[in-house]
Each structure stands twice: as C-alpha cells, then as structure tokens.
Design a protein around this ligand. Structure first.
Ligand SMILES: [Zn+2]
Length: 266
C-alpha cells in the first residue's frame, strides 16, 4: 500500500464534552506517529472572530430539518437560528440539539484552515460535539455519522454516542419506559458500560482511535479496516465500537501496525 508523506497533524476542537481530554489525544497521536508533529490548535472559529456573523449564518443554513429531505444548498435560515449559532461560536452554549449536513459542515470548516496549510502534508482533524449526518441515495435519507474524513476530517463526540446502534433490547425497553413514563436513567443504568454515553469517561480513549482513522485517511486514502479488532474498524454497533477501541489487543491489525512502524523508520 502506498503511504503518503505526512508532516504534521493539527487538532482543532469546539464545544466538546467536559470529559474529552484533547491534550491526551494529542499525546497519544504523537506517541504513535513519532516523527510526525502533532499540534493542538483549539477553536477554529476563534481564528477570525470578525467573521462570526458570516459563519453563524452559514451554520444555520446547513441544518437538517427532516431526515428524509435533502437540504438545498441555499437554505434561508431564521434570525433566531443565526443567533443560536452565534452564541454557539462564541462558546456561550455547548448545546448539541441541532443536526447538520456532514459534507456541508466539512466544507465550512475547510474555509477556516489557513491557506499555507492546505497541503497534502497536513492532516487537519476537527473534534466537535456537533451532530451530523450524511445523505444516502440508497434509501434517500440522512444517516447519523461519527465522522467524515477528508479536508478536514471531522469527528463528532456526540456522533460517537448517537450514531453506532445500541443493543436492540435497549430500544425495545426504551419504548416501554417512555410509554410508562419511567425514568430513562434507570434503563441506562441497566445497560451500564454496554454503550458510550454523553460525558462518558471512555470518550477520550474512543476518540483516539477515530483520530487515527483520520490520520490513516491522510496516509493511505483509506481510514478503515475490515478487521473487527483493529482501531480502524468502521463500527455500526456500540458493541463493535467498544470492542475495537477499548477491549481488543493489540490496538491495530498487523497491516496497520506495520504502516505505523514504517513511519518511525523514516
Ligand atoms: Zn487494521
């Protein structure tokens, strides 16, 4: 497999869960990638505060209104929606109730990247708690995503919780709980550990594997691996995610481990 030369990995973050430790993720990447420099950049919106209004309008215009309606490229947002996005950009709220079109969001974030760093030698990774989905032509609806890889790669900590499916029994019981007006916390307690939850203390470790998927996208063009025990496995279930990211040893399959080894020799 052809491996591209990577000089630097840049990590950006915005509106993250309290439990997410970005410095720890950067340290992990630096350790695995040895020669490749890893830098934490913080909130990308803070780089050009004078454009906050413009970005707020753009963010509000890429909101998904219905799962089965593909958004038009030029949706006219309401002023309340723009105000909400402005507060979000300024860090006055970290709410994650809005669902965005993932590819439009990626394009918007790409505008925030400095011109001199728009090169193949740089891997830009944005960690966000914004929830996004991508449109699938097959069943003509949006599907929640944990990540979209490319320029830049975006990883959603909310997506890691919401996108991979929970056990079927959980959904069945959830319906019953809702019908009976029972406390959902009690239900979650029963499944404790079985899936990643909001503010889960395992979120940082899980995100490390997804950041690695983004790095591999830059290195080889393919972020994923077929091997269920490799951190590059594209999990569709929470149980698969937990196994690939937290339980299986070693972290990477032979092929991907050897690519990481080869980086260290350069
Ligand atoms: Zn692998």
């Amino acid at each position: 497999m052809r491996v591209h030369r990577l000089e630097k990995v840049l990590l950006y973050e915005e509106g993250l869960a309290e439990t997410l430790d970005v410095a720890d993720i950067a340290e992990y990447l630096a350790d695995r990638l040895r020669e490749i420099e890893v830098e934490v950049r913080g909130n990308p919106f803070a780089l050009c505060p004078e454009k906050s209004n413009d970005y707020a309008r753009k963010l509000a215009s890429i909101k998904i209104q219905h799962a089965s309606t593909k958004i038009a490229s030029e949706q006219e947002p309401l002023s309340g929606e723009i105000q909400y996005e402005k507060r979000r950009i300024l860090g006055e709220t970290r709410a994650f109730g809005v669902l965005y079109d993932g590819f439009h969001l990626q394009r918007l974030f790409s505008e925030l990247i400095a011109r001199q760093e728009r090169a193949l030698g740089f891997a830009h990774i944005l960690l966000t708690n914004r929830l996004f989905a991508t449109w699938e032509e097959g069943d003509r609806r949006y599907h929640l995503r944990t990540s979209v890889y490319g320029f830049p790669s975006i990883i959603s900590t909310t997506g890691l919780v919401e996108a991979p499916a929970k056990p079927r029994e959980y959904y069945l019981l959830k319906q019953q709980y809702e019908m009976l007006g029972k406390d959902l916390l009690e239900l979650k307690e029963g499944f404790k550990g079985g899936f990643i939850d909001h503010e889960d203390e395992r979120l940082t470790d899980v995100t490390k594997g997804y950041a690695m998927q983004a790095v591999f996208h830059s290195l080889t063009g393919d972020p994923f691996c077929e091997d269920r025990s490799c951190r590059l496995y594209n999990a569709h279930w929470q149980a698969e995610l937990i196994f690939a990211q937290l339980e299986s040893e070693p972290e990477f399959c032979e092929q991907h481990a050897s690519i990481l080894e080869s980086l260290c020799r350069k």
